[in-house]
Design a protein. Structure first.
Length: 82
């Protein structure tokens, strides 16, 4: 079995705080923290992938064959029509 030895006082303090809050040893606190972070990575889906999935749930915006009426759309934004 391999050991993990971390020579970092801040890591030690954080592990001690978590251990105290959870009522466990520092070793278990470190394991919990590492498991939590790995689980977060497992469920993280990049924004691009989330948006792609979201777009698939929307209506396709199928073409009607009608031409856009520029004057009508300009009138919606109170722009002058030439």
């Amino acid at each position: 079995m391999a050991s993990l030895y971390i020579k970092d006082e801040e890591a030690n303090v954080l592990a001690a705080r978590l251990a105290e809050r959870r009522g466990v040893s520092k070793t278990i606190a470190v394991k919990l923290a590492l498991q939590h972070e790995l689980a977060r990575d497992d469920v993280h889906v990049p924004l691009r992938e989330r948006l792609t999935a979201w777009r698939k749930t929307l209506p396709s915006g199928e073409r009607t064959g009608l031409l856009a009426d520029k004057a009508f759309y300009d009138s919606l934004s109170d722009e002058d029509v030439d």
